[in-house]
Design a protein around this ligand. Structure first.
Ligand code: ZN
Ligand code: ZN
Length: 333
């Protein structure tokens, strides 16, 4: 009987370490460890708190390593459940942090959540949210300690780059923006398996938020299409169970978004609605404020996707955007 509590040996020199999460919704982050001749590569490292550090060190020990053996830390993207602890591991010395090359420009946003909150509050106001929700969103909330601090990668990588993990083994960087614009997946040259971060997850669909940038959902769907076309099998996600068929899961997530896009067109086929009104119709009721923010942001990502492809049009009424289905007859004339 195994006494392992944090880690599992997955074979082919790969280990999985389950790191606890301090917030509701997701239970844990899966970190992965790959053994090399001259050190250990760690993929993602969880949040910055004591239980995570305890689980990481315990998991490494169960796999026959210690933190001192880790020479490379690759973080799939700039979210605290993937890189909260990174600044401490890098500061301890001896570990090179590898992330997408665009990450460095976003470190300020990582450290100052008020930038994102202010942007979301102004978006909420012009998309029909009630004043009390706008005020709650704009009010600065204390940034949790477990988010750690942003740290720029020692090595910025881009699509197609190879990160050596052993003498004859490397991880190929697959750039997959959408859930986060700096998101990367990693393809194992030895096994053909994919480390998918949050890009492709089992059972749940990763949030795609709109913060005023152009077409995040289109970017995400393009990145999913790429994973689908790679005909991938074994896929190691950062949350939940290992996927047997990663490309199939990518297809399922594309279909989920296509269904939601279709439902949104139906909602506004006869009369204009605000994004806030759509949230009430598309998502389940009784969301808390945090969930409402995500739902509004995700709804906007879908509405803007449809607007940019001429399915919807929008107009401003008393300072608030209203979306409506674009009339096919008028678009032809
Ligand atoms: Zn994420
Ligand atoms: Zn995550």
């Amino acid at each position: 009987m195994s006494l392992a509590t944090f880690a599992e040996d997955l074979g082919h020199g790969i280990g999985q370490i389950r790191l606890p999460l301090p917030f509701s919704g997701l239970k844990e982050t899966n970190a992965y460890v790959i053994k090399g001749a001259s050190g250990v590569t760690l993929i993602d490292c969880g949040v910055d708190d004591g239980p995570t550090r305890y689980a990481l060190e315990g998991g490494l020990n169960e796999l026959g390593f210690s933190l001192e053996d880790v020479t490379t830390l690759i973080c799939t993207h700039l979210h605290p459940d993937h890189m909260g602890l990174a600044h401490r591991l890098v500061a301890d010395g001896g570990i090179e942090l590898v992330m997408h090359e665009s990450t460095g420009a976003s470190v300020e946003r990582y450290d100052d959540w008020s930038i994102l909150q202010r942007r979301l509050a102004s978006l909420a106001a012009e998309h029909g949210a009630p004043p009390d929700f706008v005020a709650r969103t704009a009010a600065a909330e204390p940034r949790p300690d477990w988010a750690g601090r942003g740290v720029a990668p020692g090595r910025g990588v881009s699509d197609g780059d190879q990160v050596a993990v052993d003498d004859d083994r490397f991880l190929e960087v697959i750039y997959t923006p959408g859930h986060d614009k700096a998101h990367i997946c990693l393809l194992d040259s030895r096994t053909g398996a994919l480390f998918s971060g949050d890009h492709v997850l089992p059972r749940i669909t990763p949030v795609v938020v709109y913060g005023g940038e152009e077409d995040p959902l289109g970017t995400y769907l393009d990145s999913l299409g790429r994973i689908e076309s790679m005909s991938l099998g074994l896929t190691y996600p950062a949350h939940g169970d290992i996927l047997e068929r990663g490309s199939l899961r990518a297809r399922q997530i594309i279909l989920h978004h296509e269904r939601r896009l279709g439902a949104m067109i139906q909602e506004v086929k006869d009369q204009p609605k605000t994004a806030w009104q759509m949230v009430g119709q598309i998502f389940r009721p009784h969301l808390n404020t945090f969930e409402q923010r995500l739902a509004l942001s995700e709804t906007l990502a879908h509405l803007e996707y449809l607007r940019l492809r001429d399915n919807l049009t929008r107009s401003k009424d008393s300072g608030v955007w209203q979306y409506v289905r674009r009339s096919r007859r008028s678009s032809r004339t």
